[in-house]
Design a protein around this ligand. Structure first.
Ligand code: GDP
Ligand code: MG
Length: 715
């Protein structure tokens, strides 16, 4: 046999059927898995060697069908049509056989080789569902394997079946035509002949029957592909119109509906043949809990309580490891200071690098705990309930409940959340969701809240942070209302949120989530945060002043001979003045003259202002910037103080009120440069600029209201 040793395998299936779990198990990747639909919106690629083959796996977005209505469906379909994978592993939620097979039918129509993966076999057997896999395999002409994706069980058999099919060793293998009932079948057959007569040179056009079905369904893409300007095309068009008219006349319905019903009929037939279901539904248990968790009134306090608990935990539990890291950073800083000779390089390492990166790394434990909380809510299936609950609120914002999924993802990171808007069908919904997403406070902003709330609000810090998150949601609702009635008008679309069953999150999957987060955070630390700190330090160190308003050095030398307490005080005062004059002369000093007045109505000092500017790059940079900036102006004995102590010092001019205003500003303005790029890619440059200006102005105004309003009230 002369076979190529490269195999391309695509994983296709309904959303939430466990594709990504299977993909991760097969390839050893750590892609995001969550118990609600719509997480994987782009295809992911992974590799594995086995039995002498080099196998490439592609995890496609979950779809119920292969029409090209939404972006994620289009991605899945284009991949199958254009890249023609050697095999498709069709991942099926065994407990939802009927719905899953609808997609299987369409894969069969396309004539691709499929291996059927009956995933979630544990849940199906627990629920007492029996599936006659031998019979099903014969009926569908495809090998069938049972797996439990989240525990990586059955993957070996799955791979064996796939390779056997690839090598053509599977005995049941054939491509049975999907039947839609005699009337439709005849039409499809004759239209298929006309398609075959058409000279076509597009990829994926090999399967004439599939194209005929798609043409009947009124699929514009396929029509565009095969209707060129020639005689055969004209004939095909004529034939198509004739067939459609005929179908309309005989069935009194659109062909699309007739075909859909035909498919469902076929699926129902198969299910009746192969599956036995006990009287008790597997969703019953879930239903009992759901009556409570999605209750019209009780559901909301439960939701708020859960979120509140997460932020309490984030703050309180994160406190101890945070102190350890803080101590470690201080020890390193001291060690480096005494080990290296005094000079520019040492200043750079101690103040620039360790001062910047060190001030951010402290917050790693908080981030990890936040993600633990989110992972638990996502994996258990609670988030899908929350989406259901939020449907009303979302409508009020001019969105559908489906937009809640990107919103929830936004609490982790805005960038994948922006990507996940691809599951939304209407472009207008996507844009509105993308514009509101940044108000869902992303995890990168958490360190800033923890720093300021921890410094100024003591025991109630957890509550203060919680209030910021809630404020973000409130602002999103108000802005949504505003946009809905002005620049992005539309009708409300009704939406059905599918509720997956509750599942116990596995330790493995939760650990993977947390480890992934940690890695991303550390990588940011060694990348953008490090670079930003160094640049900022340079800007704050150069140019060097050679003349001062008074001769500090001479005065200091003189005073140091006096050796009284008064003289020592005067010395440190002079050193402070000198450092301030130094700073004033540097690039940062000149910048602060511009930035300072712009933020002083908000109660911020110039260090905060400059940090907000660098914060456009990433929100962690706000903290590393302050770490660097405060080191610059400080004299020797202040340098060892951590940021909390420096901020609390009355000299800094920060009050609880201005700290809160600062958090509000952080919450509302542009999340980071990567998010901005994502907005441009998904919504276009126009909306990107709109989002940047709108958010920044909004942040300024809101912080102004908080600070000035609070001052008037005497807070
Ligand atoms: P995808 O949307 O198709 O990519 O599905 P995911 O891989 O994200 O999985 C959806 C949810 O089902 C996650 O909570 C998984 O942990 C869980 N899951 C995946 N496979 C199985 C399985 O075989 N049994 C059970 N009980 N849960 C599973
Ligand atoms: Mg997935």
């Amino acid at each position: 046999m002369n076979r190529k040793s490269e195999i391309l395998i695509a994983l296709a299936g309904n959303p939430n059927s466990g594709k990504t779990s299977i993909f991760n198990g097969l390839t050893g990747s750590h892609q995001k898995v969550a118990n609600f639909p719509g997480v994987t919106v782009e295809k992911r690629v992974g590799q594995k060697n086995r039995d002498g083959y080099h196998i490439t796996f592609v995890d496609l977005p979950g779809t119920y069908s292969l029409t090209a209505y939404s972006l994620d469906e289009k991605i899945a379909r284009d991949f199958i049509v254009n890249e023609s994978p050697d095999l498709i592993i069709n991942v099926i939620d065994s407990g939802n056989l009927e719905r899953s097979l609808y997609l299987t039918m369409q894969l069969m129509e396309m004539g691709v080789d499929i291996v059927i993966d009956l995933n979630m076999w544990d849940e199906a057997s627990e629920a007492g569902i029996e599936i006659d896999t031998a019979k099903m395999s014969k009926l569908l002409g495809a090998p069938i394997v049972k797996t439990i994706g989240n525990r990586a069980q059955g993957l070996n058999s799955l791979m064996n079946a796939a390779i056997a099919l690839y090598e053509d060793r599977h005995d049941a293998h054939r491509h049975p035509p999907v039947s839609y009932g005699s009337q439709l079948d005849d039409i499809v057959t004759s239209l298929t002949d006309s398609v075959k007569a058409c000279p076509m040179n597009c990829r994926g056009c090999r399967n004439a029957r599939w194209m005929a079905i798609k043409l009947l369904e009124g699929d514009i893409e396929i029509a565009r592909q095969c209707m060129t300007d020639n005689e055969a095309s004209a004939k095909l068009r004529e034939k198509l119109d004739e067939s459609v008219d005929h179908l309309r006349a005989t069935t009194d319905q659109d062909p699309e509906i007739v075909i859909t019903e035909g498919r469902y009929g076929y699926v129902a037939g198969i299910v009746r043949e192969v599956m036995k279901r006990p009287k008790v539904d597997r969703m019953r248990q879930s239903n009992l809990v759901d009556n409570f968790l999605t209750h019209k009134i009780l559901g909301y306090p439960v939701f708020i309580l859960l979120i509140w608990l997460i932020f309490q935990a984030t703050f309180k539990m994160g406190h101890y490891p945070m102190e350890w890291i803080d101590t470690a950073v201080a020890i390193i800083q001291d060690g480096v200071t005494s080990a290296l000779p005094a000079g520019v390089f040492t200043d750079l390492v101690v103040d620039g690098i360790i001062g910047g990166v060190g001030s951010v790394i402290i917050f790693l434990p908080n981030i990890v705990i936040l993600f633990l909380g989110i992972a638990l809510l996502e994996d258990s299936g609670y988030m899908a309930r929350a989406a259901f609950l939020m449907d009303r609120l979302m409508h009020y914002m001019g969105l559908q409940g489906k937009s809640f999924i990107p919103m929830i993802m936004g609490f982790g990171c805005t960038v994948p959340a922006i990507m996940s808007t691809r599951t939304l069908e209407s472009q207008r919904d996507r844009i509105l969701t993308i514009l509101l997403l940044p108000f869902m406070s992303c995890s990168a902003r958490l360190p800033v809240y923890i720093l300021f709330a921890g410094a100024f609000f003591g025991k109630s810090a957890g509550n203060v942070i919680f209030s910021i998150y809630i404020l973000g949601i409130i602002v999103a609702v108000i802005v949504g209302q505003l946009f809905k009635n002005t620049i992005l008008r539309s009708e409300d679309i009704p939406f059905v949120m599918e509720l997956p069953p509750y599942r116990w999150p596995t330790g493995r999957s939760v650990l993977i989530h947390m480890w992934e987060r940690t890695k991303i955070y550390l990588r940011k630390m060694g990348g953008v945060i490090l670079i930003a700190s160094i640049i900022l330090w340079f800007l704050g160190y150069f140019p060097k002043r050679s003349e001062y308003t008074q001769d500090y050095d001479a005065q200091i030398v003189q005073l140091s001979q006096m050796d009284t307490e008064k003289a020592a005080d005067r010395i440190s005062e002079l050193e402070g003045l000198k450092a301030a004059e130094d700073l004033e002369y540097t690039m940062i000093g000149r910048l602060s003259v511009v930035v300072g007045p712009a933020v002083s109505p908000l109660g911020f000092n110039w260090q905060m202002g400059v940090s907000l500017l660098t914060g456009f790059v990433a929100k962690e940079v706000v903290i590393s910037s302050m770490g660097v900036l405060y080191q610059l102006g400080a004299d020797q004995d202040e340098q060892s103080d951590n940021l909390v102590a420096v901020l609390k010092d009355p000299k800094s001019g920060v009050t609880p009120l201005s700290a809160y205003a600062f958090m509000v500003f952080i919450l509302l303005y542009t999340p980071c440069i990567v998010a901005v790029i994502a907005i441009k890619r998904e919504a276009g440059a126009k909306w990107m600029w709109f989002s940047i200006f709108f958010q920044t102005i909004l942040a300024w105004v809101a912080a102004f209201i908080v600070f000035q309003g609070g001052s008037i009230l005497g807070l």
